[in-house]
Design a binder for this molecule. Structure first.
Ligand code: IPM
Ligand code: MG
Length: 383
């Protein structure tokens, strides 16, 4: 029989998704992280510059949460072992023992982890980010970009578990000449990200939600995504809804008359990945942005940049900028109900970027260290 092996792969993808859809339909109730106590915060250093920059963010969290930690309401837990060396040694995106430790936490602060490329010395292991998002079902990747002086205030809701990422490491080569990947969009998967975005809009006084797809060309998957978002929109009559195609959307973020119109944006995974990098660039690059990966039972907050192994090889890890993972720590605080502490941290971080006396990092010895920046932020918050 022709294509037997390929049919088996396709069949197993469909079976996995059917099972996943069943689980999503059953899992309706979300934990409330602002009342869940004791709250266990896992701190994952990752690799490359990850452990160095994450340690600074941890120190800040320890200061801000000192009373809560002393009262036993918050537990900070170090999770080591999510390094590329360990992952490659066991041939898994996340080693089993590390995953078991992670699952004992409620929320996670995560430094960057190296994502191997096809053909790397590390073998074909899946990105740890992608694996954790799927494993912990962190379906909403929330990425805010705010630049008050340009009147930009965007919040991206990127679906985080489906699209081309769902089977990104299990595409197939058919003979020498044909490569096939499998793109997945599901109704319950789309419904929950859309609902999260509209609920956010409603709770934060946003008046505009924009759905981004390429449904004019990619009719089945993007078509379903768009339809489901529009169905969910009907439950939010006070909010204006429009939809844009991803190509023109990337252009319109550059259009200073148009771009201020956008407030909350909902996107499938890959378009969301791309557009949020473009958006972060306005704000000073991916090094300045934090990212929240939210699920019903876990949430993970991370720096959105890479692990910069070269900085470590050249002995420059101490000079790496911890701003992005500190921003992620502020998002974590806010998600867990510590809004005042989050605001305190966010405004100290904002001042660090503008105050001429704040330590300036260059990534090299001619600039300040990450520790100096963390010290400055702590002093600002406690002033
Ligand atoms: C991100 C990153 C990841 C992604 C990589 C590291 C796998 O680019 O968080 O946006 O593609 O999602
Ligand atoms: Mg990305």
């Amino acid at each position: 029989m022709l294509f037997m092996k390929e049919k088996t792969v396709f069949e197993s993808i469909l079976e996995r998704q059917e099972d996943r859809i069943r689980r999503m339909k059953l899992d309706r109730e979300a934990d409330d992280f602002s009342t869940l106590r004791p709250l266990t915060i896992g701190v994952i250093g990752g690799d490359g510059i990850g452990p160095a920059i994450t340690a600074h963010a941890r120190r800040i969290l320890e200061r801000l949460l000192a009373d809560e930690i002393a009262a036993g309401n918050v537990i900070l837990k170090e999770i080591s072992g999510l390094t590329i060396e360990n992952r490659a040694a066991v041939g898994k995106a996340v080693p089993d023992d590390v995953l078991a430790e992670i699952k004992k936490c409620n929320v996670l602060l995560k430094g960057p982890t190296t994502t191997p490329r096809k053909g790397d010395i590390w073998g074909n292991i899946e990105s740890a980010n992608v694996a954790l998002r799927k494993e912990l079902d962190l379906f909403a990747n929330v990425r805010p970009v705010s630049i008050p002086e340009l009147n930009i205030d965007w919040t991206f809701f990127r679906e985080n578990t489906e699209c081309l990422y769902a089977n990104g490491s299990s595409g197939i080569m058919v003979g020498q000449d044909l490569a096939v990947d499998f793109r997945i969009i599901t109704r319950p998967g789309t419904e929950r990200i859309a609902r999260q975005a509209f609920e956010f809009a409603k709770a934060n006084g946003k008046t505009q939600v924009t759905i981004v797809t390429k449904a004019n060309v990619v009719k089945a998957t993007d078509g379903l995504f768009l339809d489901v978002c529009k169905e969910v929109a009907k439950d939010y009559p006070g909010i204006e809804v429009d939809d844009w195609y991803i190509d023109i959307m990337t252009a319109k973020l550059l259009d200073d008359k148009r771009r201020t119109h956008f407030q909350v944006l909902i996107l499938p995974n890959l378009y969301g990945d791309i557009l949020t990098d473009e958006a972060a660039e306005f704000q000073g690059g991916v090094g300045t942005a934090g990212s929240a990966n939210l699920g019903k039972h876990y949430a993970m907050f991370e720096a959105i940049h890479g692990s910069a192994p070269r900085m470590v090889q050249e002995g420059r890890a101490d000079y790496a900028d911890p701003s992005s993972v500190i921003r992620a720590a502020a998002m974590l605080l806010s998600h867990c109900g510590y809004h005042g502490k989050a605001q305190l941290l966010n405004s100290a971080l904002d001042r660090a970027a503008t105050d001429p006396y704040a330590p300036k990092l260059t990534g090299r010895e001619d600039g300040a260290t990450g520790a100096a920046l963390a010290d400055w932020i702590i002093a600002e918050m406690e002033a």
